[in-house]
Design a protein around this ligand. Structure first.
Ligand code: HEM
Length: 213
C-alpha cells in the first residue's frame, strides 16, 4: 500500500494523476456538451434528455461520486504541483508547462483552474441543487439565461474553460508519452480544436436560449 502512495505522490505520479483525471474531465465535457445540444431541439427534447439521464438512478450517483473523487485528485495535485513549482523558482517563473513554449493558456493554468472550480460550484447551485418539483430543467435554464449577467458570465467562463482544456489536453498527451516531433503538430491541432469546440459549443448555448425566450 505504501509503495502505491509513494508512486502516486512521486513527481511523475502526480503528473500522471493530473493527466488521467484531466482527460476524464474532457471526456465528461464532451458528453455534457453532446447532451446540452438537445437544447437546439427545444424544451421537450432537452427535458427528455435530462429525464433519461436521471432515470439512470444509482448509476448516475456512482458517476457523480467518481466526478467528485476525480475533481478532488485533480485540484489537490494541481495545487501541490503549483506550489512546488513556485518554491523551485521563487522569482515566480512557472514551470507548469513542459517544452513547447509558454502560451496564455499554459501560464494561466492554476488561475483558470480556480475560476472553473468557482464556476462549477455556481453552476451546480443554479442548475443541479434547485427545486425541480414545479419547473422543468428547460424552464430553469431559460430563466437563468433571460438574465444578461448570466449570459456574460457563462460566455466569459466558457472561453476560460477552453483555454484550460487547450493546454491541459496538450500537456496530458506530453505526460502520457506523446512528446514526439512526429505527433506534436497533430496533438497541438487536436488541443486547439477541442478548445474551440468547448468555447463555441457551450458559449453559443446561452446566446441561443436568450434569443429564443
Ligand atoms: C452553456 C453551458 C452549460 C449549460 C447550459 C449547462 C447545463 C447544465 C444543466 C442543465 C445541468 C443539470 C442537469 C440536471 O440535473 O438535469 C448541468 C449539470 C452539470 N454541469 Fe453543466 N452546463 C454548461 C456548462 C458546463 C461546464 C463548462 C461544466 C464544467 C466545467 C459543467 C459541469 C456540470 C456538472 C459537473 C454538472 C453536474 C452533473 C451531474 O450531476 O451529473 N457544465 N449543466
Amino acid at each position: 500500500m505504501i509503495w502505491i502512495k509513494q508512486a502516486l505522490w512521486s513527481s511523475i505520479g502526480k503528473k500522471l494523476m493530473m493527466a488521467v483525471t484531466g482527460l476524464a474531465f474532457i471526456g465528461f465535457l464532451m458528453a455534457h456538451l453532446a447532451g446540452n445540444l438537445t437544447i437546439y431541439g427545444g424544451g421537450e427534447a432537452f427535458n427528455a434528455y435530462a429525464e433519461k439521464l436521471h432515470s439512470l438512478g444509482p448509476l448516475l450517483i456512482v458517476f457523480e461520486l467518481g466526478l467528485v473523487l476525480f475533481a478532488g485528485v485533480h485540484i489537490t495535485t494541481g495545487i501541490v504541483l503549483f506550489l512546488q513549482n513556485q518554491q523551485a523558482r521563487p522569482t515566480g517563473y512557472s514551470r507548469y508547462e513542459s517544452s513547447g513554449g509558454r502560451t496564455l493558456s499554459s501560464r494561466t493554468m492554476p488561475y483558470t483552474g480556480l475560476i472553473i472550480l468557482g464556476f462549477v460550484i455556481f453552476h451546480l447551485i443554479n442548475f443541479s441543487f434547485v427545486d425541480k418539483a414545479d419547473r422543468t430543467i428547460y424552464q430553469i435554464v431559460s430563466a437563468a439565461f433571460a438574465n444578461p449577467v448570466y449570459v456574460i458570465i457563462y460566455i466569459a467562463v466558457m472561453i476560460i474553460v477552453a483555454l484550460h482544456v487547450r493546454h491541459g489536453l496538450w500537456s496530458a498527451f506530453q505526460t502520457l508519452g506523446g512528446n514526439h516531433p512526429k505527433y506534436m503538430p497533430a496533438i497541438m491541432m487536436l488541443s486547439v480544436a477541442i478548445g474551440l469546440i468547448v468555447a463555441v459549443g457551450f458559449g453559443f448555448l446561452p446566446i441561443y436560449i436568450t434569443l429564443s425566450v
